[in-house]
Design a protein around this ligand. Structure first.
Ligand SMILES: Nc1nc2c(ncn2[C@@H]2O[C@H](COP(=O)(O)OP(=O)(O)OP(=O)(O)O)[C@@H](O)[C@H]2O)c(=O)[nH]1
Ligand SMILES: [Mg+2]
Length: 94
């Protein structure tokens, strides 16, 4: 039995104590109108890209789950904020 197999067999006795960890990160994606925020999120989460532009209204939301290693899951909450609120009259309403 190789050292690796021994340690795997050894750890199976302790399996109830193997801790599965989950980390949650909330990521706000901000930038001006039409700079590609929605595109990069869709490409990253859904492996999808379109040249068709449709402005985000308000906020969109996507979740990316990464199996980091055998015991660790990472969840990325991606908040896709509409760029229109950063530019023009809505941001400068004084
Ligand atoms: N060629 C090219 N076009 C891109 C790229 N990223 C985004 N685009 C195009 O740029 C336009 C705007 O992209 P969006 O991702 O909708 O921009 P946004 O930042 O979400 O815009 P708002 O929702 O209005 O804030 C779309 O027509 C996309 O297809 C890129 O890397 N290359
Ligand atoms: Mg958008």
């Amino acid at each position: 039995m190789s050292p690796k197999q021994k340690s795997a067999a050894g750890s199976s006795h302790a399996s109830p104590s193997v801790e599965r960890r989950e980390h949650l990160y909330k990521i706000l994606v901000i930038g001006e109108l039409g700079t590609g925020k929605t595109s990069i999120i869709k490409r990253y989460v859904h492996q999808f890209f379109s040249q068709h532009y449709r402005a985000t209204i308000g906020v969109d939301f996507a979740l990316k789950v990464l199996n980091w290693d055998a015991n660790t899951i990472i969840r990325l909450q991606l908040w896709d904020i509409a760029g229109i609120y950063l530019s023009g009259s809505i941001a400068n309403n004084n």
